[in-house]
Design a protein around this ligand. Structure first.
Ligand code: UDP
Length: 320
């Protein structure tokens, strides 16, 4: 994509699941990439970035994206665009790190917007928001115009509400200070290089299949999710940042193929060559959204984007 050639792009959360895929695609598109991470979600290291650590166009900076960028960025660096993707994203992990989670999405977004406004007012900031801003949605499927139904003081609020605050920060910097901010609301995404101990449904099932134990289905499994393959998502992210006219926009990215969690488990077992009903039911965590499915008409119209990898196809790739 032409936009990225010789641009300097900052990716926070570069060592994470989506961040690391993004780094690889940006390097392929000809960008110079600075990746920042503190490994909070993986609790390990840079394994998702091993193959690019020596790339001439890639620099890795260890740092906390909740803090002032002066603390982790090289002095005098000029950044053309920022993908702010640092944040735990799995419910068990963000609930283990609630303070770090709400800080990186709220204060971290503020610091990045402020820094960019000061050092390159023409720069772009794309914030990784989430379908979680819709909470337990009363509108289905969810359009960008929907304001959501979020419990402000529930177990998920450190994530949901701080993503909403991050959206607020971007909105203020766009409207009041003229900064080019963009919001992407990312729906459930899966694919290679998710942390196997992440706790989210697909890595959890993969782990359980490897151990040859039943898949854990929370509640009666009637809640729904729509799963997007990571390559599709990253393609959408690159398009969104690159288009000049999308300053200030909010766009859903996700795959609208919707499944109940029980169907998800059965399909998974079938594709993994296991007994379809090798499933164990567990209590439903609190505030678990009952349904979720993106309306992607805006992404189709503004980006010419839609997912290409069907769920069964993507899952087969992961199992391989
Ligand atoms: N889930 C499940 N078993 C698991 C992990 C998750 O039934 O081992 C359910 C969870 O309750 C939720 C859905 O799968 O309804 C998706 O959960 P995930 O943690 O992947 O993401 P969420 O969409 O809830 O943020």
């Amino acid at each position: 994509m032409h936009y990225y050639q010789n641009k300097t792009i900052l990716v926070t959360g570069a060592a994470g699941f989506i961040g690391s895929h993004l780094v690889h695609s940006l390097l392929q598109a000809g960008a110079k990439v600075i990746g920042v991470d503190n490994f909070i979600s993986s609790e390990t290291s840079n394994k998702n970035l091993q193959d690019v650590l020596d790339h001439q166009n890639f620099n890795f900076e260890f740092g906390d994206a909740a803090s002032d960028p002066h603390l982790y960025l090289p002095q005098g660096v000029k950044i053309d665009a920022i993908f702010h993707f640092a944040s735990p994203a799995s419910p068990p992990i963000y609930q283990k790190y609630p303070v770090e989670t709400y800080l990186v999405n709220s204060l971290g977004t503020h610091h990045l917007a402020f820094w960019l406004k000061k050092h390159n007012p023409q720069g772009r900031l794309l914030f990784a928001s989430t379908s979680e801003v819709y909470g337990n949605p009363l509108e289905h499927p969810q359009k960008e115009s929907y304001w959501g139904n979020v419990n402000p003081n529930g177990v998920r609020s450190c994530y949901d509400e701080s993503k909403r605050m991050g959206e607020t920060v971007c909105g203020v910097f766009y409207r009041d200070f003229g900064l080019d901010t963009r919001l992407v609301r990312i729906f459930n995404t899966y694919g290679p290089s998710m942390n196997p101990n992440d706790g989210r449904i697909i890595p959890q099932f993969i782990q359980q299949a490897q151990e040859n134990i039943p898949l854990t289905v929370y509640g009666d499994g009637s809640q729904t999710r729509s799963y997007c393959y990571v390559d599709d998502l990253v393609r959408g992210l690159l398009l969104f940042m690159a288009k000049d006219e999308l300053k200030g926009e909010t766009i859903n990215l996700g795959n609208p193929e919707e499944y109940t969690v029980l169907e998800t488990a059965r399909i998974f077992n079938e594709l993994a060559g296991r007994d379809k009903d090798m499933i164990e039911f567990r209590p439903l965590p609190s505030d678990d959204p009952v349904k979720r499915k993106p309306d992607i008409s805006k992404a189709k119209k503004l980006l010419g984007w839609e997912p290409e990898v069907a769920f069964r196809e993507g899952l087969t790739r992961c199992l391989e």
